[in-house]
Design a protein around this ligand. Structure first.
Ligand SMILES: C[S@@+](CC[C@H](N)C(=O)[O-])C[C@H]1O[C@@H](n2cnc3c(N)ncnc32)[C@H](O)[C@@H]1O
Length: 277
């Protein structure tokens, strides 16, 4: 039997209580996404009748009440003011990763015909947004996960960038022999024994965990930057990894090392300029 929107909102709020942090707001977001409408519509159509037996709606409510992220139900995620396809094969892009884009764009001119390599492309958001802003750059984007590469491929096609972003499957830079001008990465950087919120269990675990300490992949990338004489490396990291990055880099001669923060003022990443040939 159909319910009104306001009744359904109440029902979903109860279903999400104790599961998500803001059940009322999350129930509203679910209904807005389900209806394909905006918040204004939601507020002004509270008495509309909704078919509550629609299998898609029932599935969304059931999955959301198990804390499956809404983005995996809608297959949509927004990043840097653009919309991307997403599914369980790839990490859901996080707003803090937008800072990494800003840090690169503050240092690279759109005129430069450089080779940018991304390690851990996931859904493709970093390489795609950078490619849209850097029309003369060529991109090679690597991931170890075929499922993530499938998500990236789909997004790259939607943005018409298949000619400019080459996807490769491999472990870090093992499949890249070309000279790299700029390396970018949002690698997995969480320690394996970290206690995480339950919704993270739906995301690919190899996108989250960087090793027993957490910064193992970052360290391997730092070795690569040094050995290959990569001019610039822009990398996201955990809020508590600044000291370990600084300590590790004492082993190398570097030109400069700067850290950047996220909106919550946590350390979130760094820009390393190495010695290039
Ligand atoms: C934190 S996610 C980042 C995804 C995307 N770039 C973003 O910012 O949303 C890390 C990605 O690194 C990939 N990855 C993990 N270990 C890797 C490795 N050894 N070599 C290449 N990619 C790896 C994962 O599959 C995952 O897609």
């Amino acid at each position: 039997m159909p319910s009104t929107l306001i009744e359904l909102h109440e029902y979903i709020t109860v279903a999400l209580s104790g599961v998500v942090e803001s059940p009322r707001r999350e129930a509203e977001l679910l209904l807005i996404a389900y209806l394909g409408r905006d918040q204004l519509y939601f507020i002004t159509h509270q008495d509309d009748l909704i078919d509550e037996s629609d299998p898609k709606l029932l599935e969304w409510i059931e999955k959301r009440s198990r804390n499956v992220p809404l983005e995996y139900l809608t297959n949509r995620v927004s990043f840097y003011s653009r919309e991307f396809y997403i599914d369980e094969g790839a990490l859901i892009p996080r707003p803090e990763t937008e800072h990494l884009i800003d840090e690169v764009l503050a240092r690279v001119s759109p005129d430069e015909a450089i080779t940018v390599v991304e390690v851990g492309v996931g859904s493709g958001i970093i390489s795609i947004v950078l490619a849209l802003h850097l029309p003369n750059a060529r991109f090679i984007a690597v991931d170890i996960s075929p499922a993530a590469l499938a998500v990236a491929r789909r997004n790259i096609q939607v943005f018409g960038l298949s000619e400019r972003i080459e996807l490769r499957e491999g472990d870090l830079l093992s499949c890249v022999t070309e000279k790299i001008d700029v390396l970018v990465s949002n690698p997995p950087y969480i320690a394996e024994d970290a206690r995480l919120e339950s919704n993270l269990s739906y995301e690919p675990q190899n996108a989250l965990f960087g090793g027993s300490v957490g910064d193992e992949i970052i360290r391997r990338l730092l070795n690569e930057v040094y050995e290959r004489k990569i001019a610039m490396f822009v990398c996201e990291m955990g809020y508590d990894q600044r000291i370990s990055v600084q300590e590790y880099l004492k082993n190398f001669e570097v030109q400069s090392l700067e850290f950047y923060k996220d909106l919550a003022s946590f350390d979130r990443g760094f820009i390393l300029k190495g010695h290039c040939e």
